[in-house]
Ligand binder design. Sequence first.
Ligand code: GDP
Ligand code: MG
Length: 343
Amino acid sequence: MKIGLVGYPGAGKSTVFGALTGLAVEARGAGDKARLGVVKVPDARVDALAKLYSPKKKTYAEIAFTDLAGGHGEGVDRGVLNAMRPLDALCQVVRAFPDAAGEAPDALAEITGLATETILADLEIIESRMKKLAKDPAGKVELPLLERLKNTLESEQAIRELELSSEERKAIAGYTFLTQKPLLLVLNVGEGDVSKPPAEDVVAAARARGLGLVVLSGAVEMDIAQMAESEQADFLASLDLSEPAKNRFIRAAYELLDLISMLTAGPDECRAWPVPRGTPAPRAAGKIHSDIERGFIRAEVVAWQDLVELGSEASCRDAGKLRVEGKSYVIQDGDVVNFRFNV
Ligand SMILES: Nc1nc2c(ncn2[C@@H]2O[C@H](COP(=O)(O)OP(=O)(O)O)[C@@H](O)[C@H]2O)c(=O)[nH]1
Ligand SMILES: [Mg+2]
C-alpha cells in the first residue's frame, strides 16, 4: 500500500515528506527520483496495551509514502500524472503560505487545478478505449459503464464520487483511473496560521468533493521532527497542541487506505496489524503467519478498551468481555485478538 504526496511545485510536498519520514529535504529540484519512506502510524491503543504488558517490543502499523519526482514546471505535468497511476491513494499538498518570493497562495486554484488535470487524464483513457470498443462486439457490455464514467467526468466530478457496484469496480480496476483513487487534502499553512481555522472556500471545496482536509504547516512539522523529545513536548504545549499535526495526518492517510488495526498484546510484543476493513478472522490471522490461517480454529477477541480497563485477559473472561469468534467473524478496528490454531 503506497500513498503519494502530490500537488503543485512549491506546495511543500518534500517538506511534508521530510517531516513525516525524518528524512532530510533534498534541495529544490534535486530530486528527479521519487523517494519512498515508511512511516509508523501513531496509535495510543498500542501505547496503552504496552503499559499493561511492558512488552519487549512495541510495533506500530506502517504505511509507505512517496514524494513524487518531477513537476518543476508550472502546475501538474504529464510525468506527475503518470507517476500517480500505481499509487493506492493520493494526498494533495496545497500551498496556503506565501512563497519565498512573497507570492500569495491560491489554495482553491490548486485544488480545482489538480482535479481538472486528473479528470482530463481519465477522460482521455476512456475516450480512446470507447473508440476501440465500438468496433468490437465484445465491447457491448463495457460500453454503457464507460459512458457513465465519461458523463461523470464531463460534469467535472471524480469517478470516486460515483456509486459503483463491486462488479463495476472490478471491471474498471485495470484502468487505474486517477480520479478513482482516494484523495486527502493537506492544507500547508504558514507558521502563524496553524491554530486558525482554514479558509472557508477551501473547506467548502473539500466538502463539495467529499474529501478529507488536514491542516498543518510543513515548516513547523519539520522543526518539531528535528527536536529532541523533551523539547517537542514544551514546544507543542506552547502552541496548545497535544501532538504534532503530522500524527493526525498519518492517521487520516491510514483511514484513506481503508485500513483498520487488529491488535495483539502480550509480554513479548504489543502490536497493531493493518488489515483492510471487512477482513474475516482467518485471513487477518494470515497477516501474522500463514500457518495460523491454515490451521485456524477460533479467535478470542476483546475490545482494547475493555482489556485496558479490566487489566488482564483473565478478568475480561470473568467479566464476559472475551468473545470466542469463528471463521466468519469480521475483524473490527481495535480488536485485541488471540488466535487458536492447529499446527
Ligand atoms: N513558510 C513556509 N514555507 C514552507 C512551508 N512548507 C514548505 N515551505 C517552503 O516552500 C518551498 C517549497 O517546498 P517544497 O517542500 O520543496 O515543495 P514541493 O515542490 O512541493 O516539494 C521550500 O522553500 C520550503 O522551505 C511552510 O509550511 N511554511
Ligand atoms: Mg519536492
